[in-house]
Design a protein around this ligand. Structure first.
Ligand code: NAD
Ligand code: UDX
Length: 480
């Protein structure tokens, strides 16, 4: 029986390994983590992450061929294939701070693998890492290996949160990079055989190590670039009277461009896009390519601009002051169908409004009060460290309440900001909401999911990203 161990029981390690266990009943899969509460949650009825379809997959294999454990060393020692899916945060201090990937967790995992291994292993980079990380890891392993053979593979993960299980069941592609040596080819084949249990062969791409590592950063940069491109157009649409939904529909109909990932929004969030692009920018700088670095940096700057633009629009529309005004925030997660708040645009929007002295009332169906308070008091990039290293008691923010109902959040509010496109926000009783709000009542739709005409007929002043502005908004221009 082949044994797999995955170090890191997070958003990637947990779902990915659960699907491998489901699709490969003859393989024993152990997912290990240093964070005991996380492992306890994986072994409980309340999994540590919310992901549609995940509970079902875990229930089918947990205790049979899928195990969650804090006994990291034992499971690594027993495994034939070790996936490493630990955090690779942005460095906050020292050389490359604010850009470079912090490989502290990766390196400590690699040293531990070298320490405890008594037999040859395939070590798989599942985390997103800078190009050439495999070389560094190889050095750590071989210099500490006591003669044991390690083959390093790069197998970046492309799942998106909220659709992780579908993405894992039917991936567009699985990418495996390995050394171009007979031993490297053998290791690639061993991992390919695992995926071949359910992924058609023509969807398994094999490359050299550096191409696989770079392709992951490139894919995220391309995806984020589309969003920043359409968001830049959204600003121009508002200035000219064009409608960004119509523009992106017309542009996306060109089969060379395609229609996906062209939804204008308050900005992209999530744990990957910003971190990976910053990482790419840093790699370009280190390789003497400042023009390339500058090009990709713009994707982030445009995203920051979009969030600032949204806050400015809210404040400017409401007579240039939101001081002591109650503003309802609907949605805090970085997208629908996840409770994940890492780099959610809601953090910057809320901080911007709090900075202008607004009173916020936040509702998200999947995000806890504790998480929201932590997010709003944490320093930039600090979120991407194992939970036990994060601040346990967030500073109290008096201007903030977190409620468990959209009607409660909007009661007596001057404005509603919709920041996550949860389906339930489409079907709220907006007449009831309007009746219970201060007047004039504003709605700022950061996701373009609301029926603006219907809301206007109720009496709301409505702002939708990239849509023609109504007379009120035109009279209150926002300077970004
Ligand atoms: P995560 O924070 O959810 O999980 C990482 C886990 O690793 C944590 O539970 C942490 O406690 C654990 N860990 C850290 N150091 C450890 C060690 N030495 N030993 C054992 N456990 C350790 O992170 P994630 O979202 O799963 O991301 C993991 C990697 O995958 C990152 O490199 C990320 O960029 C990449 N990635 C993430 C996504 C996504 O959608 N979240 C998608 C593709 C790739
Ligand atoms: C992303 C990549 O899609 C995935 O392949 C990679 O493995 C991890 O990073 P994720 O961050 O989970 O996945 O979600 P994604 O669906 O890509 O959305 C990222 C952000 O972009 C969200 O805030 C989303 O709301 C936003 N977005 C997405 C837009 O604003 N407009 C769009 O058209 C699409």
């Amino acid at each position: 029986m082949v044994k797999i161990c995955c170090i890191g029981a997070g958003y990637v390690g947990g779902p990915t390994m659960a699907v491998i266990a489901l699709k490969c009943p003859e393989i024993e899969v152990a997912v290990v983590d240093i964070a005991a509460p996380r492992i306890n949650a994986w072994n409980s009825e309340q999994l540590p992450i919310y992901e549609p379809g995940l509970d079902d997959v875990v229930k089918q294999c947990r205790g049979k061929n899928l195990f969650f454990s804090t006994d990291v060393e034992r499971h690594v020692c027993e495994a034939d294939i070790v996936f490493v899916s630990v955090n690779t945060p942005t460095k906050t201090r020292g050389l490359g701070a604010g850009k470079a990937a912090d490989l502290t967790y990766w390196e400590s995992a690699a040293r531990m693998i070298a320490d405890v291994s008594k037999s040859s292993k395939i070590v798989v980079e599942k985390s997103t890492v800078p190009v050439k990380t495999a070389e560094a890891i190889e050095k750590i392993l071989t210099h500490n290996s006591k003669g044991i053979n390690f083959q390093i593979l790069s197998n970046p993960e492309f799942l998106a949160e909220g659709t992780a299980i579908d993405d894992l069941f039917k991936p567009d592609r699985v990418l495996i990079g390995g050394r171009e040596t007979p031993e490297g080819a053998k290791a690639v084949k061993a991992l390919k055989d695992v995926y071949a249990h359910w992924v058609p062969e023509d969807r398994i791409i094999c490359t050299n190590l550096w191409s696989a590592e770079l392709s992951k950063l490139a894919a995220n940069a391309f995806l984020a670039q589309r969003i920043s491109s359409v968001n830049s157009m959204s600003a121009l649409c508002e200035a000219t009277g064009a409608d960004v939904t119509q523009v992106s529909h017309a542009v996306g109909k060109d089969t060379r461009i395609g229609s996906k990932f062209l939804n204008a929004s308050v900005g992209f969030g999530g744990s990957c896009f910003q971190k990976d692009i910053l990482n790419l920018v840093y790699i370009c700088e280190c390789n003497g390519l400042p023009e390339v670095a500058h090009y990709w940096k713009q994707v982030i700057l445009m995203n920051d601009y979009q969030k600032t633009r949204f806050v400015n629009r809210v404040v400017a529309s409401m007579f240039n002051t939101v001081s002591n005004k109650k503003i309802a925030i609907l949605g805090f997660a970085f997208k629908k169908d996840t409770g994940d708040t890492r780099e959610t645009p809601a953090i910057d929007v809320c901080k911007g409004l709090l900075g202008d002295k607004a009173q916020l009332s936040i509702y998200d169906p999947q995000v806890s009060e504790d998480q929201i308070r932590k997010d709003l008091s944490m320093n930039k990039f600090d979120w991407d460290h194992p939970a036990h290293l994060q601040p346990s008691s967030p500073t109290a923010i008096k201007q903030l309440s977190v409620v468990w109902d959209a009607y409660e959040a909007t009661k007596d509010a001057h404005a509603v900001c919709l920041l996550t496109e949860w389906d339930e926000f489409r079907n709220l009783d907006y007449q009831r909401i309007f009746d219970n709000m201060q007047k004039p009542a504003f709605i700022f739709d950061g996701r373009n999911v609301m029926d603006a005409e219907k809301l206007r007929s109720i009496g709301f002043i409505v702002y939708s990203i990239g849509k023609p502005l109504d007379a009120w908004l035109k009279d209150m221009p926002a300077v970004a």
